[in-house]
Design a protein around this ligand. Structure first.
Ligand SMILES: Nc1ncnc2c1ncn2[C@@H]1O[C@H](COP(=O)(O)OP(=O)(O)OP(=O)(O)O)[C@@H](O)[C@H]1O
Ligand SMILES: CC(C)(CO)[C@@H](O)C(=O)NCCC(=O)O
Ligand SMILES: [K+]
Length: 257
């Protein structure tokens, strides 16, 4: 069985792939101080709580936080007796090209999303991922990653208002009924929600114009469904896109090395 690990700046998701489907997945806060022993104890407990007793033989990691990779490597080595594939490391090959400025270290999550999007939908697509940051990744007609856009994440935008302005509270994102807020919380939610709808529309329209061709927009990340409500922003929403990409990259490396 394959263990796929997607480590973002906020959350780390572990999933088990049986070659055909995901058996289950678990999410925890990203913390570079977590040790291999802590990961293992937590994972074992999480698995047994769901009645899952399978042997992990392979592992692949995508991490936007370089510091956590060390302990995840130790986890794989000590407890699963396997050397993990780490996306972004030279020994882990990608089934797509990367055409960006020399010296650019593209976030592994963005490369994985592009692999997954191309695998499911073919080329000329835009992938929007609502994580800590909101990223737009552009795949060429041959699936190559050719760049994209990085915008502040939805929760980060709300948090920034709270952090910087003494009178602005901590609020959660939701779709406001009206644009004109009649209280502080509603005003903040309106600014971020409708501002984001505009951001998504404008950026995808400009990418299509710049590329001068039709392009499908695939969304992933926990907050994507919120923005899809009543708006025609995405052609598809795929919750498991990053995890799917990890399985594709793992298969590619198993078959080509
Ligand atoms: N309505 C909502 N309001 C606030 N948060 C939400 C809502 N719906 C889903 N979420 C959150 O969205 C998050 C989805 O996680 P996702 O993996 O897409 O990105 P992340 O974990 O925030 O960022 P990163 O991957 O960069 O660590 C979850 O933490 C979930 O709690
Ligand atoms: C943009 C984030 C934070 C999104 O998770 C991540 O992909 C990252 O750290 N990227 C590095 C810079 C880049 O992708 O160009
Ligand atoms: K993510």
């Amino acid at each position: 069985m394959l263990l796929t690990i997607d480590c973002g700046n906020t959350n780390t998701v572990f999933a088990i792939w049986d070659g055909t489907a995901f058996v289950d997945s678990w999410r925890r806060a990203t913390n570079h101080q977590s040790t291999a022993d802590e990961y293992y104890t937590w994972l074992r407990t999480s698995m047994s709580l769901r009645g899952i007793d399978v042997a992990i033989t392979d592992c692949i990691i995508s991490s936007t936080v370089p510091r956590v990779v060390f302990n995840l490597r130790v986890l794989c080595d000590r407890y699963f007796d396997t050397r993990p594939w780490v996306v972004g490391k030279p020994e882990t090959k990608l089934p797509i090209d990367t055409r960006v400025d020399a010296g650019t270290a593209v976030g592994p999550d963005r490369l994985v999303n592009t692999v997954a999007g191309y695998n499911r939908h073919g080329g000329d697509i835009i992938i929007v991922d609502f994580g800590t940051a909101t990223t737009f990744d552009v795949a060429d007609s041959d699936g190559a990653y050719i760049g994209g856009v990085i915008a502040p994440g939805v929760n980060l935008s709300l948090e920034a208002l709270h952090m910087a302005a003494a009178a602005l509270p901590h609020v959660d994102i939701t779709q406001p009924l009206r644009v004109v807020g009649t209280n502080t919380v509603a005003c903040m939610q309106s600014g971020v929600f409708w501002g984001y709808v505009g951001l998504i529309k404008e950026i995808t329209a400009r990418i299509r114009a710049e590329r001068d061709r039709p392009m499908k927009v695939i969304a992933t990340g926990g907050l994507a469904p919120l923005f899809q409500q009543g708006e025609d922003l995405f052609d598809a929403y795929e919750e498991d896109l990053t995890m799917h990409g990890l399985t594709v990259i793992h298969k590619y490396n198993k078959e080509n090395t």
